[in-house]
Design a protein around this ligand. Structure first.
Ligand code: SIN
Length: 477
């Protein structure tokens, strides 16, 4: 097998908004390599429809802070939430400086509303194609010191004298060794582990495994968010909550409002709506008859419904896996417990989401904490000692069967028996040194699923790490 060697100051693993924000803000004197497992546009950020929540137009961030904490079930870390919403006030202006043009109407910024927000504060670009537009604009702004490589799978991190010193993986099918003075994980969440998800299929928890294997701490892994409204068709698509913010309601086949019991109606916090819809017997629809200018404000939705022959006035929906609140434990600047290793975006447990993320706070998190990581990263060159890892010898057929099993327990109401039998079945997996990109990729997915499965069982047993009890002492500075 051929081998490629790269030496850089900073390796960024991932290509979504968290990764790009770090790359844009690192000093231009650093030699930065940003790697994407597939095309750069296969990041969840590119799919984001909702937008960016910010109190930019409000007199303070107090209401945004309260909405975030309440949605989190008061399980978010108050100081981190304060950082998010307060530093997030200037995110809109910052992004405009990088060329992002937010939607406007006759009143000024066309801010929308989503579940559990007390007011309209969601900024969009191109209606429900916010992510695609923001990412395209920002990627064009990446400076010359940043090299972007697509189709690079990172399958393990390397350590030297207790510090992360690089990574191994594949560039296409070529084995890749990267020596790096610091590594930033921005690999996103876990949604691609199953089919019923709003996520890109390639987003499968790699960062959790990479971090765990070099000794970083993972927290709150069982905190997983389900979005209430995926289009109920064979291959699911997100139907943005902004549609409900614009007046759509969730109704049953007879037109009865299924969220009528809740004071916020169809705009109740998304975990609540998702649970109600999961329990509901029969199909639930989004009745969009009261949404004005739907084609102009939701072009992606209208095109998707057209492609599936669905009447945009009555859209069948069902919940699906959306976001991972838990992840790699980080301090307020993205440091993990391992020197030289940082994490940001969905892969990190930044403490701002608690048990339920407030809508449209995730792009904001990427921007705010991505900037903080860029300002914090220290680069230290260490020798690269490569111990090639082993991978699971799993045929594609067997892998698809495991994937199907994961889909059976990674649900809004997981059955402990199914999780336990998945853990038991995969316990016996045989490891081999016969590496290939495919086996490496499958191994990362299975290991990520096993990490989640174990965390879900521990949570069920009454163990849940208390973020409030955890101090910054455990985090290496
Ligand atoms: C949505 O558009 O409904 C999703 C937004 C988000 O998850 O923040």
């Amino acid at each position: 097998m051929s081998l490629q060697f790269e030496k850089v100051d900073v390796l960024i693993v991932g290509a979504g908004l968290a990764a790009v924000t770090v790359a844009l803000h690192l000093p231009h004197t650093l030699n930065v390599l940003l790697v994407s497992k597939h095309e750069v546009t296969s990041a969840n950020s590119d799919l984001a429809q909702g937008g960016i929540a910010s109190s930019y137009l409000e007199s303070s961030s107090v209401d945004h802070e309260r909405d975030t904490l309440v949605a989190s079930k008061l399980a978010a870390m108050p100081d981190r939430v304060y950082t998010l919403v307060e530093e997030g006030r200037s995110a809109i202006r910052d992004l405009e400086r990088f060329g992002v043009v937010f939607d406007r109407d006759e009143t000024g910024y066309a801010v929308g509303r989503e579940g559990a927000h007390g007011m309209n504060r969601i900024f969009h670009v191109g209606g429900d194609e916010t992510g695609r537009h923001v990412m395209a604009t920002l990627r064009r702004q990446l400076p010359d010191n940043v090299t972007v490589m697509e189709h690079v799978l990172i399958d393990s991190l390397l350590k030297s004298d207790g510090r992360v010193s690089g990574a191994t993986g594949y560039n296409g099918e070529t084995r890749l060794h990267v020596q790096a003075g610091a590594v930033v994980l921005a690999t996103g969440g876990i949604g691609g582990l199953i089919d019923w998800t709003s996520n890109c299929r390639s987003v499968t928890g790699d960062g959790l495994v990479l971090a765990h294997e070099v000794g970083a701490v993972l927290t709150n892994l069982s905190r997983i968010q389900f979005h209430p409204t995926l289009l109920a068709v064979e291959s699911p698509h997100l139907v943005t909550e902004a549609l409900r913010g614009a007046g759509a309601t969730l109704v049953d086949a007879s037109g009865r409002h299924v969220m009528a019991y809740h004071p916020l109606g169809s705009l109740a916090p998304r975990d609540e709506v998702a649970r109600t819809l999961t329990r509901h017997d029969g199909v639930v629809y989004l009745d969009t008859s009261r949404v004005e200018r739907i084609a102009e404000r939701f072009p992606k939705l209208v095109a998707t419904c057209d492609a599936h022959g669905i009447d945009v006035c009555q859209i069948p929906v069902r919940p699906g896996l959306h976001f991972h609140m838990g992840g790699v434990d980080v301090d307020a600047d993205g440091r993990t417990a391992v020197a030289g290793l940082y994490a940001v975006g969905e892969v990190a447990d930044s403490g701002v989401h608690g048990k339920n993320r407030l809508a449209s706070n995730s792009l904001l998190e990427c921007w705010v904490f991505g900037k903080r990581v860029a300002a914090t990263v220290t680069v230290e060159e260490k020798p690269l000692t490569v111990n090639e890892t082993t991978v699971y010898e799993v045929s594609l057929d067997l892998f698809s069967r495991y994937r199907q099993q994961i889909g059976e327990w990674l649900t809004i109401s997981p059955q402990i028996g199914e999780i336990a039998s998945f853990l038991e079945n995969t316990q016996q997996l045989v490891q081999t040194k016969h590496m290939s990109r495919q086996l490496s990729e499958q191994t990362l997915s299975l290991k990520a699923a096993r990490l989640l499965a174990r965390a879900m069982i521990e949570t069920e047993d009454g163990y849940e790490q208390d973020r409030f009890a955890r101090t910054a002492d455990g985090i290496s500075k």
